[in-house]
Design a protein around this ligand. Structure first.
Ligand code: HEC
Length: 120
């Protein structure tokens, strides 16, 4: 009986320590530059979106039109709480949009908004 008890303790400790092992290799690496350029880093992300936008939701994400469309109403970019910006939340990797950003793309879009969503 005592042996069984000690075995159970050892087994539980082993299962817990194995299940909590963390593999950094599985985490995608996110690299955020100090300065973000809308035309060079943000607009190219939207290439994967133009098949459905402008047709969906009245949003035109084609190169040359995207900035004007995103700033035409205040629903896409939330300067007060950038994390609540629709252009960030809608295609977020954890969301259910038909097209989702990669972790890197989401981080770039958020940083761009935090930096003032410039047309640079
Ligand atoms: C397969 C089609 C499809 C693709 C690709 C797609 N979307 Fe959408 N998107 C939709 C549809 C449909 C809606 C409107 C329905 C809804 O609100 O979910 C929408 C709505 C949105 C909205 C909210 C529009 C509004 O005015 O409420 C945003 C922001 C958005 N999409 C961003 C993106 C971004 C950024 C990408 C590219 C990463 C993208 N979408 C790719 C189909 C798509």
């Amino acid at each position: 009986m005592k042996k069984n008890f000690i075995f159970m303790i050892a087994f539980t400790v082993a299962v817990f320590s194995l299940s909590c092992s963390y593999s950094p290799l599985l985490e995608p690496e996110v690299i955020i530059p100090d300065v973000i350029s809308f035309s060079e880093q943000i607009e190219p992300i939207f290439k994967q979106c133009t098949g459905c936008h402008p047709n969906s939701g009245g949003l035109d994400l084609k190169a040359g039109n995207a900035y004007a469309s995103l700033t035409a109403s205040d629903k896409y970019i939330n300067f007060e709480v950038p994390e609540l910006s629709l252009i960030y939340t809608m295609p977020h990797p954890d969301g259910s949009h038909p097209k989702k950003y990669t972790a890197q793309e989401a981080a770039l879009v958020l940083k761009w908004i935090e930096d003032g969503a410039l047309n640079n």
